[in-house]
Design a protein around this ligand. Sequence first.
Ligand code: ADP
Ligand code: SF4
Length: 669
Amino acid sequence: MPRDPRFDILFEPVQIGPVTAPNRFYQVPHCTGMGYRRPKTLATMRGVKAEGGWGTVCTEYCSIHPSSDDEPFPSASLWDDQDVASLALTVDEVHAHGALAGVELWHGGAGSANFYSREAPIGPASQPAGVWDPFQTRAMDKSDIQDLKRWHLAAAKRAQRAGFDIVYVYAAHWYLIRQFLLPSNRRTDEYGGSLENRARLLRELIVETKEAVGDTCAVAVRFSASIGGPDHDQDTAEPREMIEMLGELPDLWDITVHDYSYELGTSRFVPEAGLEETMSWVKGVTTKPVVSVGRFTSPDTMLRLVRQGVIDLVGAARPSIADPFIPNKIDEGREDEIRECIGCNICYTGDQTGTPIRCTQNPTMGEEWRKGWHPETIAPKESDSSILIVGGGPAGLEAAVALGKRGYDVTIAEARRELGGRVSLESRLPGLNQWARVTEWRLNQIGKLPNVEFFLESVVDKEQIIEFSPDYVAIATGATWRRDGIGRTHDDPIRGWDGPGVLTPDDIMAGTMPNGPVVVYDDDHYYIGGVIAEKLRKAGLEVTLVTPANEVSTWTTHTEEQHRIAQRILLLGIVVETGRSIASISEDSVAIECVFTGETREIAASSVVVATSRKPNDGLFYELVDEIKITRIGDSLAPGTIATSVYSGHSSARELEAELLVPVPFRRE
Ligand code: ADP
Ligand code: SF4
């Protein structure tokens, strides 16, 4: 289909200093958990984005010098010529598709602890370094500032040699240049104190970088349009003054906001275009092009912001991760096929755990080089085999789509009246409605595949499957929350678990409303305990959240939302008991036990919702394993995140009757 002419403006070229972006689709720098450690994995992934139509594709943060590393979080680096060669791989992949390649030069200053190099971190003053790490920086003297500028210029020149078109001066987030910009920089020399002094380092770096590489490279500045404050990140007075001062110096302003958990906000807390209010003034104070992000997945939102003059370039990290082919899909009039980001931030957990990026919606993300997976193409079928998939949750649906695209005949049998499995249920919990996109995209795809059919309200058993006689069966029947409390903390059932007031997340999602007061026991530690507590509190119950961890929903630190969850829980008036397990449950109370001292006390509770671990629904698999070619996928294999279910469904479909790229599961660098 031809492109809807409404969207023509998104495909206009944009001049950025000495270079021209072929369109307005701009993949801003984003971490990948690959960095300097996995250059081929990185290059191939970035190349796929360029292939998908992103006119500009940037690297992640790229350390300019060994005086700053961010280990265990993997960053790129441009310390020497070896790094030039490895980042040139990315540049070449991006250029091969006619896109511009950008590099985000980075120095962490007090933002990194230098676990790798063991060099003392540097900062505008002697101040705490890293996150909760027991180190401080060495205060930079004048010669350190000169050194920093030298390192930055040397890295910029290396970037130019690697072939980059856009070189960043990175003055946002909690890193070195921003540390100079903030009011907390109280240096008494010309680099601290007054606003002009605090902005001096940034000014000098922009001017000198332009002098050094500006003949062939655009110089971009990543900058925060706010400095936080009590008014919900709306304190924009100083950033505005700074852009008024520096506005015409760089070739491009890449604008973000102060609060990273808002910039990278999950859909539970931040809507699409969430930064708009904070940064919409920027184009009024500079004539240079402006790019910003906002988890844009709707072409209409992109169009509105460009038309209204809020941005010139549509910045994206997550939308380009969930669907590297958004620009091409808009260009080809296939907007309905955009695989929309759900705002879960599983992608960010890669960086946070020091592992390659993965995505709930896009199972090929991070697998482009090591498994040879492509988000839009898949090998055709090897035979005329038929496949029965039992269960239409994320694993079953993803397997059906991928197998269907390969050309196999696929039948899904789903017990419930709707497809989507846990996603359909969980997306009805407070704040999680965008997760339904996991199901919606797959249903849209299935609608276009005549060789995939599904049957609802079809609980299939062993005899029916044998009678149906498919060539292969994939069991995708999910998992069930345990009622007995066994999990990370409890090896044995909790005393009293079989009482009438004991419920599980499955019960709550099926519509059971417990009697209050209610205890939610979270030994799962991701989102489910916190979100169930939120739901019950909003229904008017007195709620106590008990967890053996030291903070609520502790794994959500990796999705950059833990403190927002904690804030919401406290503001709702939910009582929080951390560092406590449940020792026993009785009719109108539970005994909670301190995990450190063993001290117990009773709290009133008419009901307890137990979120500890899940049992795979694998009965059918074991009944049939000796009789038919059968496999388990998703939660029925190993309960995990929605992302692991989608990945499991996808890999089982890719690998059916296929030869693997290498005799091990994936290629290594
Ligand atoms: P996953 O994340 O692995 O996809 P889900 O729990 O989300 O797992 O989905 C499993 C789906 O399987 C649910 O929609 C459930 O209704 C369905 N299901 C479970 N047992 C059967 C069965 N015997 N026959 C058909 N469908 C089943
Ligand atoms: Fe979006 Fe989640 Fe994929 Fe990240 S992991 S890109 S937030 S769908």
